[in-house]
Design a protein around this ligand. Structure first.
Ligand code: ATP
Length: 227
């Protein structure tokens, strides 16, 4: 693994717009490692996590096609926090392993990992160089997910209640992408952040004493990194 490669973490609450924002970074050629997509692959028919999940929770959580029955699993973990921990104990190490493989294989000056619960995860916070948060009002999250998933409002509120608060995410952020308005407002913000990440990635690649660490800009970099 190239530990000099700059790693940006992208997070945000449910329906905040992480995937929409990640797609804009991908359009700049940034490799996106999406933990949700990895979790889906691990729990698809024939997925690597299916045998362990079946052993832990039994056949009722496995659909006829061999995939995880998400609705059944969601009902169990909402009713029983211990069940959530058991599921996470199966999935998180596998997701982490897949992420590291993808990060190691990534090309380009920096890589972006999309982690819905990044602020809640000590391991990811240690791992990344920079944290970008997609932010929007809670009401917008609810409206978007109601429209996209046809979930009940109460279901979405229950998910939001177990995620970090909007305030906690903003407090942890190095950079904020404001997605409270029109989706067209995203591209200029992403363009500006991409330019900044290219610069920070180049400095990290140059290493201590490298060209990137000298000159007036280095002080800004250290200030920013100290946040
Ligand atoms: P999740 O956490 O559920 O995976 P997400 O944070 O990745 O969601 P997206 O999937 O990007 O969020 O967006 C959620 C939904 O809201 C999508 O249907 C998307 O098209 C829509 N959406 C994203 N941004 C906006 C916006 N600014 N205005 C209106 N709709 C939006």
């Amino acid at each position: 693994m190239d530990s000099r490669r700059f790693l940006v973490g992208l997070t945000g609450g449910i329906g905040s717009g992480k995937s929409t924002v990640a797609d804009l970074f991908a359009a700049h050629g940034v490799t996106i490692v999406d933990t949700d997509a990895i979790a889906h692959a691990l729990t698809a028919p024939g997925g690597a996590a299916i045998p362990a999940i079946r052993e832990a929770f039994g056949d009722p959580v496995i659909a006829e096609d061999g995939a995880l029955d998400r609705a059944a699993m969601r009902a169990i973990v909402f009713a029983d926090p211990q069940a959530r921990h058991r599921l996470e104990a199966i999935l998180h190490p596998m997701i982490g392993h897949c992420c590291e493989l993808m990060i190691a294989e990534a090309s380009g000056p920096y890589t972006m990992v999309v982690v819905p619960l990044l602020v809640e995860s000590g391991r990811w916070r240690q791992r990344i160089d920079r944290l970008a948060v997609v932010d929007c009002p809670v009401e917008a999250q609810i409206a978007r997910v109601m429209q996209r998933n046809r979930f009940e409002r109460s279901q979405i509120e229950a998910i939001i209640a177990v995620q970090a608060s909007r305030e906690a995410r903003l407090a942890a952020a190095d950079d904020v992408v404001d997605n409270g308005g029109d989706p067209q407002a995203l591209a200029p913000q992403v363009d500006a952040l991409h330019a900044r990440y290219l610069e920070l990635a180049a400095r990290k690649a140059a290493g201590p004493g490298g060209a990137g660490e000298t000159g007036p800009a280095a002080a800004t970099h250290r200030d920013e990194e100290g946040r």
